[in-house]
Design a protein around this ligand. Structure first.
Ligand SMILES: Nc1ncnc2c1ncn2[C@@H]1O[C@H](COP(=O)(O)OP(=O)(O)OP(=O)(O)O)[C@@H](O)[C@H]1O
Ligand SMILES: [Mg+2]
Length: 498
């Protein structure tokens, strides 16, 4: 390939290499993207997908290799340089500035001016229009702080589209959103394609890749290991290429739960968020919480875990009422929650993976008042093995791939074993192999007697994992289904019934 002249149209990447010191992350990767087409980029966590994207979008410089854009040499020195040339990246991790308004975030770096002042009216109108085409309902004047991940993701996409790019890279755009939003994002990709924009689409949701991509490229350990140019690309072929071995999707039924109630929730309500939530969670049970984005699932679990105030109702663990209304109080009672937002609430990206894991436990792990570096490393290594974390535990967790960060987050809350474990979107951005590993861990924890609540926007995940499924709609509990009753159509109709 290297000897051929670059194509006169399209984004042509050849032999891209990225090394971080002695570590080689990307090893001579070729990729060609024609206008009006979509290349699906797949691979396990840590395979190098985001690294590839950041080379193309000018975030970091390649260690070797060359790129051409429509026949011209292309060496972006910065993201704004790349945008100037028509290449935009929608990052895997949301990077909006929470203190600024939605509109300000959208126009950051390119604020429209009129007579020497920022043209707010134009900005807000334009923001409204582009957000509407994406189906994102939010007032452009309000601050980003407090918006859900799904809305923030929509804003990131709107921001890229406002720059009128000719090539757009979507790095796991649907990882943080529900089915409805995911469909809107996919419709947007189709629209861009039809307008002649070239799209690189990264996702662990292989259905989406199958639907959107005209060509699929698979990375493994920084190598391009497979490429398919005929659609549809069979899912099992994609999975096998990603993990490098035969892989079968197994859905093990969870072992039966026991008769003992571990968590009892009665008449729980929080003004403006949810009302009338009552349920029991049994020892050994996995209870799935299904519903559309905004149905109040996260609100309910946050209140149970003491992160938000409860206005009404009671909660008890093993028959004892919980009076404390703080995460610490909940933890004392044996309720732990792994939050959905790994960057905001979950991890300190500048500290090492091991330090992140031991942080909440320092007092307990300390021998003589102070925890030693050795102890931190030991606990880190134990959790690394248990959760199959790929990456160095003594490096800042921010340098790990997204999926591995998710595993670190889970590992952090499972140094000690709670009575009730709440996981909110536990496999967001996690590859198929790691996903199975996380499911296995959750099942094992349950069969050891823990009660587990799983919140997930992926219906398949809720149905595959849970003994029972509680469906929520507009802040109310709209149904409680057994595993057998919970066929997807039934769950969806309860989720929208309101
Ligand atoms: N600044 C850095 N220093 C050292 N290693 C890095 C750095 N940035 C990334 N890496 C490593 O490069 C590898 C590839 O990471 P990358 O984020 O590209 O994976 P990915 O395919 O996007 O994974 P995911 O599906 O989890 O998002 C990982 O092993 C990661 O730890
Ligand atoms: Mg990535």
């Amino acid at each position: 390939m290297e000897t051929n002249a670059p194509s006169s149209t399209g984004l042509d990447c050849r032999g891209l290499v990225k090394n971080y010191g002695p570590i080689s992350v990307l090893k001579s990767v070729d990729l060609f993207l024609a206008p009006g087409t979509c290349v699906g980029l797949i691979g396990e966590n840590g395979a190098g997908k985001s690294t590839f994207n950041s080379l193309v979008a000018g975030v970091v410089a390649p260690s070797d290799g060359r790129m051409w854009l429509d026949g011209q040499p292309y060496e972006p020195h910065s993201p704004s340089d790349a945008i100037q040339r028509g290449v935009a990246l929608i990052h895997q991790e949301i990077r909006l500035l929470p203190g600024l308004s939605v509109a300000e975030n959208l126009f950051l770096g390119a604020l429209p001016m009129k007579a020497g002042r920022i043209d707010r009216r134009y900005m807000e109108e334009k923001a409204r229009a582009v957000l509407a085409t994406l189906g994102v309902r939010v007032d452009p004047r309000r601050p980003v702080l407090g918006l859900t991940m799904a809305v923030q993701q929509g804003i990131e996409i709107a921001k890229a589209i406002l720059r009128n790019p000719r090539y757009v890279i979507f790095d796991e755009p649907t990882a943080a959103v529900g089915e409805t939003e995911a469909e809107q994002i996919m419709a947007q990709v189709q629209k861009l394609k039809s307008e002649g924009v070239g799209v690189i689409y990264v996702s662990h949701r292989l259905d989406e890749v199958q639907e959107l991509a005209d060509e699929v490229v698979c990375l493994r350990d920084g190598h391009r290991v497979s490429r398919w140019t005929e659609r549809p690309v069979p899912k099992d072929e994609m999975i096998n290429a990603m993990v490098g071995r035969e892989f079968t999707f197994e859905h093990h039924p969870p072992s039966p739960s026991r008769d003992k109630v571990v968590l009892e929730v009665r008449g729980a309500g929080r003004s403006g968020a949810f009302e009338g939530v009552s349920f029991d969670l049994y020892e050994g049970e996995i209870l799935g919480l299904a519903g559309l984005i905004g149905a109040g699932r996260t609100d309910v679990v946050r209140a149970i875990a003491g992160a938000d105030r409860l206005d009404r109702g009671t909660i008890s663990v093993d028959g004892r009422d919980i009076q404390f209304r703080s995460p610490k109080g909940a933890m004392k009672a044996g309720i732990f929650m792994v939050p959905e937002d790994r960057k905001g609430q979950g991890l300190n990206l500048d500290r090492s993976a091991s330090e992140n894991i031991t942080l909440p436990w320092e007092k307990k792990l300390a021998k003589f008042g102070q925890i030693t570096g050795r102890r931190v490393a030991e606990v880190g290594e134990t959790q690394k093995d248990r959760f199959d974390i790929r990456g160095r535990m003594n490096l800042p967790v921010g340098s790990m791939s997204g999926g591995n960060q998710q595993k670190v987050l889970l590992a952090k809350w499972l140094v000690e074993e709670p009575r009730v474990l709440i996981v909110d979107e536990p496999t967001r951005g996690v590859d198929v192999g790691a996903k199975m590993a996380i499911y296995k861990i959750l099942r094992e924890l349950a069969s050891a007697g823990m009660g587990i609540i799983v919140v997930s926007s992926e219906l398949e995940e809720v149905l595959g994992l849970s003994h029972r499924i509680m469906v929520m709609s507009e802040g109310r509990q709209s149904g409680m289904l057994s595993r057998e009753e919970a066929i997807p159509e039934r769950v969806m109709s309860l989720a929208v019934s309101g």
